[in-house]
Design a protein around this ligand. Structure first.
Ligand SMILES: NC(=O)c1ccc[n+]([C@@H]2O[C@H](COP(=O)([O-])OP(=O)(O)OC[C@H]3O[C@@H](n4cnc5c(N)ncnc54)[C@H](O)[C@@H]3O)[C@@H](O)[C@H]2O)c1
Length: 351
């Protein structure tokens, strides 16, 4: 066995400083090569409820410099300021194309969209935003600039004629909202680009997502986040859905894990190229309140339904996610009691 000693060119042992310099030179050199072969990821709509947490998780996994956050917002929120940020309007097709080609991006997560409740107020713009951006990204993949795309769908693709209990992967759709129509059309365009042009686009039908790191952006399930802020403030919560409205929901960690697992699985395991059903836990506002009251017995709720009730009534109660389980091993980890415990522990009231 030979012992090697670090020496300088003239044979003297290296000083501590030059050792540090050399170590950091090699670290940069290795990182440069790792980056050369690793994906360069762009997340569009990165400042929203899902984007914020997806950026943080992907940066932890692939390094801060490999994951570029992009959003129409001028400034990047503090929470994702640990890596590159690009102001980007997904509707500016040429600018988006230029950036993706120039930066040699090879994976895009396209999250920019108008959500269910806001889309009902601005139907023309919702259709434009939710569809045009998708074509820009699908076309880039078709031309060979992108290797893989993630585009989220929603339980809003289902409608009043859909079986409500354990809604299957393939069933009657007929959505009754602008948002749902745009998501169903988007799903079918994804499947079309995959079968005609071999585009590797992957998608999940997210249920209502619950998180404490970022606020929701205008959906019908937003009440299930807002309620925790009121509970922490010690105030009564006025719910915009009726007490027995059951909806499929999921804790954000599960949703982010599902997204990354689906993006990392081998091509041949991705059998569904419209969008996968996934399920977390379904509950009503009454059931959620009951669970909160186990920890905060004085918490109170009142109900006054608004236009979002009709949207919620058109959606499933529970989701069958057996196809995602079979194809790529999906499994939810957070049930309602755990979700409530995590939210009440972590929600912080803005000062
Ligand atoms: N949050 C949920 O419960 C949920 C459920 C089902 C599906 N989804 C889908 O997931 C995706 C992300 O949802 P979210 O909850 O994070 O939404 P969000 O509203 O919180 O965030 C959307 C982000 O897109 C940005 N954006 C808007 N217009 C843009 C434009 N022209 N160019 C670039 N960026 C733009 C916004 O500034 C915002 O930061 C959407 O496609 C949504 O339909 C979300």
């Amino acid at each position: 066995m030979t012992l090697s000693v670090n020496t300088s060119q003239n044979g003297w042992p290296l000083s501590k400083n030059s050792l540090i310099e050399r170590t950091s030179f090699w670290k940069d050199y290795i990182c440069f090569f790792i980056r050369l072969f690793m994906s360069k990821i762009l997340i569009i709509g990165a400042c929203g409820q899902i984007g914020t947490e997806l950026v943080l998780t992907l940066r932890e996994k692939f390094g801060n410099q490999s994951v570029i956050a992009a959003d129409v917002r001028e400034n990047c929120p503090e929470i994702i300021a640990n890596g590159p940020y690009q102001k980007m309007d997904i509707l500016d097709r040429e600018a988006v194309r230029g950036f993706i080609i120039e930066e040699k991006i090879d994976q895009v997560y396209l999250l920019a969209a108008l959500l269910s409740a806001t889309a009902e107020k601005h139907p023309d713009f919702a259709w434009k935003l939710n569809m045009e951006g998708l074509f820009t990204i699908l076309d880039l993949a078709k031309e060979g600039y992108l290797k893989r795309i993630f585009w989220p769908s929603s339980i809003a693709v289902f409608g009043p004629a859909t079986p409500k209990i354990q809604t299957p992967q393939q069933t009657i759709m007929e959505p009754s909202t602008v948002y749902g129509i745009s998501k169903l059309a988007g799903e079918n365009w994804c499947a079309y680009y995959h079968s005609k042009f071999g585009v590797d686009v992957r998608s999940i039908r997210y249920p209502g997502l619950i998180s404490y790191k970022s606020l929701p952006g205008g959906g019908t399930t937003d009440y299930a986040v807002d309620i925790f802020y009121k509970a922490k403030e010690g105030k009564e919560f006025n719910c915009f859905l009726s007490e027995n409205t059951s909806l499929p929901m999921m804790f954000m960690d599960d949703a982010i894990r599902a997204t990354i697992e689906l993006m990392e699985v081998d091509q041949e395991k991705v059998k569904i190229r419209t969008s996968y059903n996934i399920a977390g836990c379904s509950f009503t506002p009454k059931e959620l309140t009951h669970e909160i009251q186990k920890i905060m017995p004085n918490f109170k709720i009142s109900y006054s339904s608004d236009f979002r009730q009709a949207i919620a009534d058109s959606w499933p109660d529970t989701i069958d996610d057996s196809v995602a389980k079979k194809d790529w091993g999906w499994s939810s980890q957070v049930d309602l009691p755990k979700l409530v415990e995590i939210m009440l522990k972590n929600v912080s009231i803005p000062v």
